[in-house]
Design a protein around this ligand. Structure first.
Ligand code: NCD
Length: 320
């Protein structure tokens, strides 16, 4: 693996290798007072964030540090990007300055792929930490790790991804990955927030399927997991009011509250990538219930990102 840009086209075997590595790392570090492995000593990881982030940026930094990499955080507002430098010049500068790997988040869909192209003649690897409304592969991997942990298996499970699918890179990366791993994914959204062609997101040959529904109450009794999405207002072009009449109506039709939690089978688990808008897509009683695996997702995010850094950096020496 040279870069991690997308879950589209990722083989189930490659995904399972990453998930197994994450699980091993988690077990290795569990209960340890000093969480530090020497694996990436002497490697330099730069996180380049052109959008706000709490958990993704922090967990990449923690992941790198727990494996002894030197981690440098660059945000667009504090870099020469704010002076008008292009993303290409920023990327080649980071590579020339010694970055072995750049973790990039950018508002433009396709930015991570462009960056990987510009760095193709270097040894610098690129990890996509979210590009516009396109993909967020490490989020999908940490969601898969959490589902595997809570449900035991992913193949044959039915998983609802609910809310603003149109502006969500999390939904797309999850639909590709979970269907490749054999799950049946149902995207539940108002028609105005359903992307054209979403039902074709399962790749040819995927073990699972991707379908679309607009009726949350009808889907809940049949799912093993429900993944709630925030309405990503910062990515909406024009007025949010063009997509749904009011927050109240949105919550009434697509919010997960106590009544809807009761419609889920006993074993079903609730996920949310965060940040949550409590009271809108998810009620506090649900977010804080034992059925929710939201903090597990964050914890698994560190181990999954450790696994990704490991396979991209240490794996190189093994010719993997
Ligand atoms: C998501 C993102 O940035 O795409 N958050 C995350 O990475 N945990 C989803 C969101 O912002 O709503």
């Amino acid at each position: 693996m040279r870069h991690l840009l997308s879950t589209a086209g990722m083989s189930p075997a490659a995904a399972e290798t990453l998930l197994d590595t994450a699980e091993t790392l988690k077990k290795t570090l569990l209960g340890r007072e000093v969480r530090k492995l020497p694996t990436l000593r002497g490697r330099t990881v730069v996180t380049l964030f052109h959008e706000n982030s709490t958990r993704t940026r922090v967990s990449f930094e923690v992941a790198g540090k727990w494996m002894s990499a030197d981690v440098i955080n660059v945000s667009a507002s504090g870099s020469s990007a704010s002076k008008g430098e292009s993303l290409r010049d920023t990327a080649t500068t980071l590579s020339a300055a010694g970055a072995d790997l750049v973790v990039v988040r950018h508002p433009a869909s396709g930015a991570a792929h462009r960056l990987a192209g510009w760095l193709s003649s270097t040894n610098t690897a690129v990890v996509n930490a979210g590009d516009g409304t396109h993909e967020h592969p490490t989020q999908a991997l940490l969601d898969a790790a959490t589902l595997r942990e809570r449900l035991g298996t992913i193949a044959g499970r039915r998983i609802a991804i609910v809310g603003d699918v149109l502006h969500s890179r999390v939904a797309r990366s999850n639909a590709y990955l979970l269907s490749a791993l054999g799950a049946d994914v149902v995207l539940v959204a108002p028609p105005t927030l359903t992307p054209v062609g979403a039902a074709t997101w399962a790749e040819p040959g995927a073990g699972g399927t991707v379908t679309v529904s607009h009726d949350l109450d009808a889907e809940l009794p049949t799912v093993d997991a429900v993944m709630m999405l925030r309405v990503q207002a910062e990515r909406v072009i024009g007025d949010v009011a063009n997509f749904f009449p009011s927050v109240r109506e949105y919550s009434a039709a697509y919010g997960l509250d106590g009544r809807r939690l009761g419609l889920l089978p006993e074993h079903a688990v609730v996920l949310h990538p965060g940040p949550m808008l409590r009271g809108m897509e998810i009620a506090s009683t649900v977010a804080d219930s034992p059925r929710a695996a939201i903090n597990d997702q964050v914890r698994n995010g560190v181990h999954v990102r450790m696994a990704v850094l490991y396979h991209l950096l240490a794996g190189k020496d093994e010719g993997a």
